[in-house]
Design a protein around this ligand. Structure first.
Ligand SMILES: [Zn+2]
Length: 201
């Protein structure tokens, strides 16, 4: 996995032949399908996830996205075995990023949802899961990674308007979903997107 923090001076790009982030580990999830005809990529939905809940660094999030959770491996995961979900990207606690679905295809992350009066956000969004929980703050490496990734996505897919087209799962599924919770510092992400935290002094 590659860490894409600002400290690495990495400029990420989307390979528009494959719709993958160049240089980033890609593992194909079976939980994907074509987007509907004519659907443009216009939105990024930020999620929070930990598996088992509040446990970091294990293989379980990836196994969830790959449809390979063994319910007997961990009792806390039994309720996840029937889920068929995915995200385009996962940002680990370290700031490392992994891709599971090419951006031009539809990942299964938002569920019943709507944005600006349009339902089913999976049709026109990119889903980014950030490893975290409601119990612990997200980390600087994760915000720096997100800023780099979001700039690359907006460059590749110009219908994504930064920062207004970056929303939380809770924003598009209010009452049903609350991630990435109050532990996600939206002003911090917006400052990074504006370049306010990136000046070398
Ligand atoms: Zn979510």
């Amino acid at each position: 996995m590659r860490s894409v923090g600002v400290e690495d001076s990495v400029v990420l790009r989307v390979d528009l032949q494959r719709h993958l982030l160049s240089g980033v580990r890609y593992v194909a999830s079976p939980h994907q399908e074509p987007r509907p005809p004519g659907a443009a990529i216009e939105l990024v939905v930020i999620h929070g996830i930990s598996l088992p809940p509040d446990d970091y660094g294990g293989p379980w999030i990836e196994r969830l996205f790959l449809g390979r959770i063994d319910p007997e491996a961990h009792p806390a995961l039994a309720s996840f075995t029937a889920l068929r979900v995915s995200a385009h990207l996962l940002v680990r606690r370290s700031g490392a990023v992994v891709q599971y679905v090419p951006f031009h295809r539809r990942a299964w992350h938002a569920g019943a949802s709507s944005w600006q009066g349009r339902s089913d956000c999976n049709d026109f969004s990119i889903g980014i899961e950030v490893e975290g929980s409601a119990a612990w703050p997200f980390l600087g490496a994760q915000y720096r990674c997100l800023a780099v990734v979001l700039r690359a996505l907006a460059d590749a897919y110009p219908r994504i308007d930064l920062p207004t087209a970056v929303v939380s799962h809770a924003d598009v599924a209010p009452g049903r979903k609350s991630d990435p919770w109050d532990t996600f510092d939206w002003p911090r992400l917006r400052r990074l997107l504006a370049g306010d935290d990136a000046s070398p002094g």
